[in-house]
Write a new protein. Structure first.
Length: 82
């Protein structure tokens, strides 16, 4: 893997991780906008799915594929049809 691809992979990995942490904090605060944590979780799952596929970390990729479905359900239940 070239240096540029490694750098991009690190950016994707850390962006996914920090977005997931932000979502957890937002949900834990239990404030009126906490339901938006599902949007952050969705973004985190998409980034980590991409990272997992790029790194051939199939377990991480599969887990985040499932998390995407769960987060879409959360968005539907908490934001679209509250």
């Amino acid at each position: 893997m070239t240096m540029q691809r490694q750098k991009l992979s690190k950016i994707i990995e850390w962006s996914g991780s920090l977005t997931g942490i932000s979502a957890a904090i937002l949900l834990a605060l239990n404030i009126p906008i906490s339901a938006w944590a599902y949007v952050f979780y969705l973004l985190s799952s998409i980034l980590l799915l991409i990272w997992g596929l790029r790194q051939q970390a199939h377990g991480v990729a599969f887990q985040n594929f499932v998390f995407i479905a769960i987060n879409l359900l959360g968005i539907y239940r908490w934001l679209i049809v509250p």
